[in-house]
Design a protein around this ligand. Structure first.
Ligand code: ASP
Ligand code: MG
Length: 409
């Protein structure tokens, strides 16, 4: 049995006309001899509508009930879509998370998939040509409905593709693929034919919000190639896949940025063993996502510590820092919201030098000051003033010739 998984996001199922386009894509899969598992999101805006209702009905909505509520968005999509297909003579049925045996842990609102019993679905595929599976939802060990976090239908699709050993996993959306950078701020951005899982993880975590990050982690773990493409055109999109030689020849494949950053500086922290742990343990405990961290050289037994975290966590972070302030002898706590993180990404830079210096030179040529730097094997990140974001992205895109075939050194 040849199986194709196709996932469509909220804008692709927004109304009847959109769903007709989805039907056309499904028919194409059928014509090629595939059994098709179509994973659908809630209709555009529906999940937000349900969440805001939850918040009107209760001051702090019970997480289990909230999941039970928001999961209905996907239920509507699959029921409507399946009826449409049946109406036009296709053997189809809808499939909810629990019916597909998508077992998750019980972390409502951000549940993780533990297992999928593919046997049931294979049996159904003997009988039906199309299964319209609800994305975003699963079932907890004690049988309650769970959801996988915003954008979670991507992860449902990849997980189903892995469990069913599907030949292909296509994620249809309202953009036609993954770009070298955000086309909204850089007109020279180019659609990538292929991108490695690790590059996509870096791009996704930094504002290229095409795929839910967890779906990419899943795809990498189970080696599912994911084809990201547009519902509204027929052009091929971007294949997210494992690295190959061709990819490694390109040193830089993309530029990402993230404005959701706040920089904190702690002046005159006592410099003795355990201090960093005392600062970052309570932050981690409160769920603050700390990103870049720099500790300066110490003088006279004190040092400065600088780090960045998400802007949403500003209040929480300041409250925690105030609490530990006296104990650690911190003289001053500063924060700056007007910062942005810009990253140069590419698996090919693993085995090459010179990428960092080229990036720094390009920023210098535009007189952009770098506030913090961090690097990994496949990424160089600079924190800069937010007002220079667009200029920095364009400058780096240009310096690494990304409008052509990517920088090969
Ligand atoms: N409907 C959910 C959301 O809006 C899941 C998804 O669309 O992937 O986040
Ligand atoms: Mg999405």
């Amino acid at each position: 049995m040849r199986i194709l998984v196709q996932k469509f996001g909220g804008t692709s199922v927004a109304d009847l006309d959109c769903m007709r386009q989805v039907e056309a894509k499904v028919r194409r899969g059928l014509a090629k001899g595939f059994k098709v598992v179509v994973v659908l999101s809630a209709m555009a805006g529906e999940t937000n509508r349900l969440l805001s209702m939850a918040n009107q009905w209760a001051k702090s909505p019970d997480p289990g009930e909230q999941d039970c509520l928001v999961a209905t968005g996907e239920q509507i999509s699959v029921a409507l879509f399946a009826s449409m297909l049946i109406d036009s003579g296709i053997k189809a049925r809808s499939l909810l998370g629990f019916q597909a045996a998508i077992k998750t842990n019980e972390f409502f609102g951000r549940a993780r998939i533990l297992s999928i019993d593919s046997r049931k679905m294979i049996e159904m595929l003997e009988k039906y040509d199309v299964l319209a599976a609800a994305g975003f939802q699963g079932v907890s060990p004690d049988g309650r409905i769970t959801t996988l976090g915003r954008g979670g239908s991507d992860t449902s699709a990849v997980a189903l593709a892995a469990a069913l050993k599907a030949e292909q996993c296509e994620i249809y959306t309202d953009v036609d693929g993954v770009y070298t950078t955000d086309p909204n701020i850089c007109s020279m951005a180019r659609k990538l034919d292929r991108i490695a899982y690790d590059e996509m993880l870096e791009m996704a975590s930094m504002g290229a919000k095409v795929l839910q990050i967890r779906s990419v982690e899943f795809a990498k773990k189970f080696n599912v190639p994911v084809h990201v493409r547009s519902t509204f055109t027929d052009t091929p999109g971007t294949l997210v896949t494992k690295e190959d030689h061709r990819m490694e020849e390109v040193l830089v494949s993309g530029i990402a940025y993230d404005k959701d950053q706040c920089r904190f500086t702690l002046r005159d922290v006592v410099d003795r063993p355990g201090v960093a742990a005392k600062i970052f343990t309570p932050l981690a405990g409160a769920g603050v996502l700390v990103d870049m961290i720099i500790q300066n050289t110490s003088r006279d037994g004190v040092t400065d510590m600088t780090f960045t975290a998400s802007r949403n966590d500003l209040e929480k972070t300041l409250a925690i820092l105030e609490k530990i302030r006296e104990h650690l002898g911190i003289k001053e706590i500063l924060h700056d919201l007007h910062v942005c993180k810009v990253s140069v990404i590419g698996v090919g830079m693993r085995n090459h030098s010179g990428v960092a210096s080229k990036a720094f030179t390009a920023l210098h040529d535009e007189n952009i000051n770098i506030l913090m730097i961090s690097t990994s094997e496949i990424k160089i990140t600079c924190l800069i003033e937010e007002k220079y974001t667009e200029l920095a992205v364009r400058t780096l895109h240009d310096a690494f010739e990304l409008e052509k075939n990517g920088f090969t050194g």
